[in-house]
Structure formats: structure tokens, C-alpha cells
Design a protein around this ligand. Structure first.
Ligand code: FAD
Ligand code: UDP
Length: 391
């Protein structure tokens, strides 16, 4: 593999069997599989100056490994995904834990047995917990919007508390809308957990951090004789989507390919404020969610996630969410899952669906709220299809 900045003089896209646009999970997984399974020569074009997409990590001025585009915690139930990614990294046994700062008291999120006792006191908390166990069973995830539908005064007491103190303010900050107004799958990502598991991803069998970081994982994944990586290259400067015959795996937003001519796909973006502090540790866990106060949604302390030991210094990051403005240089982080946005996406998708040389995949190109494992899975599926067609 070669990683170069810019394209060499006389770059010939036709000399490659596949052009992959984007060096995040979607692009890197496809590039690797097509190179090693069917011997494709692959050029990966990435408009940023680095590989790894939004999972990119690097060392800051204080020498601390930080996640440049927000905290990334690997977790999956998918064995195929886990086996594939594990070829390129060892994992630490980090288990992500999040505390919500609720009016100054830190409580585990997802809201669980321990949180109930902190919120309602030992005795009442236990009573409410037993009621949840009777109703739903033990070690079960209950989305807040499901819990709110239950017609029972005890369950309503829990639902109201969690809705008001965990979801309402945080969701307003993150999405500019209340939890009732957004797609229930979003709040469903952080269900109430009827049990004692206090990890952010309860029950996920595979979780951890790549031992040497995400960027190193990508360096290994892209390290193949048949893969060339070109950073600082915007693929739109090279191709007109409907006029090119080269084969393309595309992992950017679909609307950008058509200069947003049907309208821009709406996203939320984030301002991330990094601060290095002269102390060993700032907070007890990787992430603290500010669910009843502050303008930012959460604070992440990277050393708590990576396990890095560096006395006297720590770097934290605050996330401020806002609407994304296309063409402003902002990053489109979160697709806004609303039916009219999906319809707009489908109209863009229709335009590329009959292009047999063009394959959209990934969180941007599919306009989905995908975690790293889901993107990897989607890219494995797409590469399976391309490999099957080649055979
Ligand atoms: P991306 O990582 O966005 O990669 C796409 C790449 O394509 C980008 O690098 C972009 O520059 C490039 N590109 C786009 N257009 C062009 C073009 N025209 N020319 C050249 N290059 C182009 N997932 C988890 O599993 N756990 C987490 O804890 C987690 N935390 C997250 C926190 C935040 C704040 C965010 C925003 C996401 C988080 N995710 C997490 C999700 C994770 O980031 C994504 O699932 C994953 O990075 C998506 O990979 P991708 O390849 O689809 O997209
Ligand atoms: N959420 C919330 N309070 C929390 C955690 C999550 O209201 O303490 C809601 C919020 O709407 C958020 C969604 O649940 O956008 C999904 O949370 P998650 O932590 O999965 O978001 P991500 O890490 O993808 O930003």
C-alpha cells in the first residue's frame, strides 16, 4: 500500500479495477476485500488529509491519543464483523460506561437498577425496579418511548423521570427537537436497562478499543500491494457521476454528487471543543452526558477510554450540536431520520440505481444512523455482491 497526498502526474483511473471514494470503514473494508479476494487493483480517494474517516484518532500536542471526530467505542453483536476487523487489530478489554449528570448527581446511563436507587432512594428505587422486572423480565432493554406507553402508575413514575431527566434536555440539544418528535429508533439506542449491567452497550459480546488506535487499524486494513490511497483528493473533481465508466464504490453523501439540485439532505453537525487540563483525571468515566444542564451534550475524557497513562495531563472534549449547513466546510455527522428526508434521499438514489458501475455504501451514502459495526457489515455485504458478480 501507498498513501500519498494528491494524485500523481498522469493518474489514470482506468488502470484500476475499482475506485473507492472515502477511506472510512465503508471504503476501507471494500478496498481490502476486493483486493485480497478477487485481486482487484484499487485506488482509494479521500478528500481529507488522513485515512479512517470519522474514526480517525491521533496524538494531540500534549501527547494524548484523541478521537478527532468524537468518541468512538467499538461494540458489536456481529461475529462476522468482529472476526473481519480483528484481523487488523488486537482489542483492549475496555467496557464503555457513561454517567448522566442529573442536576449534579452522576447516574449510570442506560438508566438501570443502580440509577433507580440513586434517583428514587434505596427503598422506592428497589420497589420500582421489581415492578420493571415483573413487567419486562430481568436483563431486558426497554426503549423509553415503549416504557411511556405503559398504563401503570409505578411505570409512569419511572418513565416520566427518565424522560424528563435523561432524554428531554439532551435530545433538545442534540436534535433541536423533543424525544417525541424524533424517530423512536434514536432514543431506542439508549434503552432503560432492567438489570445491573452498567455498560453503555449492555450485553454486547464484543467491545473494546483497538489496541493501537483506530488509525492504526485502518493502516493495517489498507496495507495491501493492490491498494493505493490518495488523500487530499476530492473525487468530484475527477468524475461526472453519470458520465464515467470506471467502477466506483462511493461512501460520500449522494446529494453532493448532483450539486444538491433536488435540495440538500439535512444533517446535524457538531462543534467539538478540546481542552487539555493539568490533572491526572477529570471525570470518573469515559463520557459524562449532561442531561439536565449545559449547552454541550457530553464531555469525553480520552485517557479514560484508551487506558493511556500520562500523569499530570488529560484531554477532554465537549460536543455542541447544531444544524449542518451544506457547502460551509462543516462535517455532516448525523442524518436526520425523518420520512421526508428519506424520500429526498430515495430520489437521489433512484438516479444512481441503474448505474451498474456505481456502488453507494456507508453512513453518508446510505443516509443512515450506522455505527462502525453496521457500516462494516454493509460494506462486507456489498463486497460479497461485487465478488459474486466477478466470479
Ligand atoms: P465516514 O467515516 O464518514 O467516511 C467517509 C469518508 O469519505 C470521509 O472520510 C470523507 O472525507 C470521504 N469522502 C466523502 N466524499 C468524498 C469525496 N467526494 N471525495 C473523496 N472523499 C470523500 N460508531 C460506533 O460504532 N461507536 C461509536 O462510539 C461511535 N461514535 C460516534 C461519534 C460521533 C460523534 C459520530 C459522528 C459517529 C460515531 N460513530 C460511532 C459512527 C461512526 O463514525 C460511523 O459508523 C463510521 O465512521 C462510518 O464510516 P463510513 O465509512 O460510512 O463514513
Ligand atoms: N440520549 C439522551 N440522553 C442520553 C443519551 C442519549 O437523550 O443521556 C438520546 C439522544 O437523543 C441521542 C440518542 O439518545 O441523540 C442516541 O444516543 P447515543 O449515545 O447513541 O448517540 P451518539 O453516540 O450516536 O451520538
Amino acid at each position: 500500500m501507498q498513501i500519498t497526498s494528491g494524485l500523481p502526474e498522469g493518474f489514470n483511473a482506468g488502470a484500476y479495477d475499482m475506485i473507492v471514494v472515502g477511506a472510512g470503514y465503508a471504503g476501507a473494508v471494500c478496498a481490502r476485500r476486493l483486493a485480497e479476494t478477487i485481486g482487484y487493483r484499487v485506488a482509494v480517494l479521500e478528500r481529507r488529509s488522513h485515512i479512517a474517516g470519522n474514526a480517525f484518532d491521533c496524538t494531540d500536542e500534549a501527547g494524548i491519543l484523541v478521537h478527532e471526530y468524537g468518541p468512538h467505542i467499538y461494540h458489536t453483536f456481529n461475529e462476522r464483523v468482529h472476526n473481519f476487523l480483528s484481523r487488523f487489530t488486537k482489542w483492549t478489554d475496555y467496557q464503555h460506561k457513561v454517567l448522566a449528570n442529573i442536576n449534579g448527581t452522576l447516574m449510570p446511563v442506560p438508566f438501570n437498577h443502580a440509577s433507580l436507587k440513586l434517583a428514587f432512594g434505596e427503598e422506592r428505587g428497589e420497589e420500582l425496579y421489581q415492578k420493571l422486572v415483573e413487567t419486562f423480565g430481568k436483563d431486558v432493554k426497554v426503549p423509553i418511548m415503549e416504557l411511556r406507553k405503559k398504563n401503570d402508575p409505578d411505570l409512569a413514575e419511572v418513565a416520566d423521570y427518565v424522560y424528563e431527566n435523561v432524554f428531554l434536555h439532551y435530545t433538545m440539544k442534540q436534535w433541536g427537537q423533543t424525544p417525541d418528535q424524533i424517530d423512536p429508533s434514536i432514543t431506542g439506542r439508549v434503552p432503560v436497562f432492567v438489570g445491573d449491567d452498567d455498560r453503555y452497550f449492555p450485553q454486547a459480546p464484543f467491545q473494546g478499543m483497538p489496541q493501537d488506535g483506530y488509525t492504526a487499524l485502518f493502516e493495517h486494513m489498507l496495507d495491501h500491494d493492490l491498494i493505493d490511497v490518495f488523500c487530499d483528493v476530492d473525487a468530484r473533481d475527477l468524475f461526472e457521476i453519470d458520465q464515467t465508466t470506471v467502477k466506483i464504490v462511493y461512501t460520500g453523501p449522494l446529494d453532493e454528487l448532483f450539486n444538491l439540485d433536488l435540495g440538500a439532505l439535512p444533517y446535524r453537525t457538531l462543534d467539538m471543543k478540546f481542552e487539555t487540563l493539568d490533572m491526572d483525571q477529570f471525570q470518573p468515566v469515559g463520557t459524562v452526558n449532561y442531561t439536565t444542564s449545559e449547552d454541550y451534550t457530553r464531555i469525553t475524557e480520552f485517557k479514560n477510554m484508551t487506558g493511556q497513562v500520562l500523569p499530570g495531563k488529560t484531554t477532554i472534549m465537549k460536543e455542541y450540536s447544531k444544524a449542518y449547513t451544506p457547502g460551509s466546510g462543516e462535517t455532516p455527522y448525523y442524518a436526520i431520520l425523518e420520512p421526508e428526508n428519506r424520500e429526498l434521499y430515495e430520489r437521489y438514489l433512484e438516479r444512481v440505481q441503474n448505474l451498474t458501475n456505481f456502488h453507494p455504501v456507508g453512513r453518508l451514502a446510505e443516509y443512515r444512523y450506522y455505527d462502525m459495526d453496521a457500516v462494516t457489515n454493509s460494506a462486507l455485504d456489498l463486497s460479497d455482491e461485487i465478488i459474486a458478480c466477478h466470479a
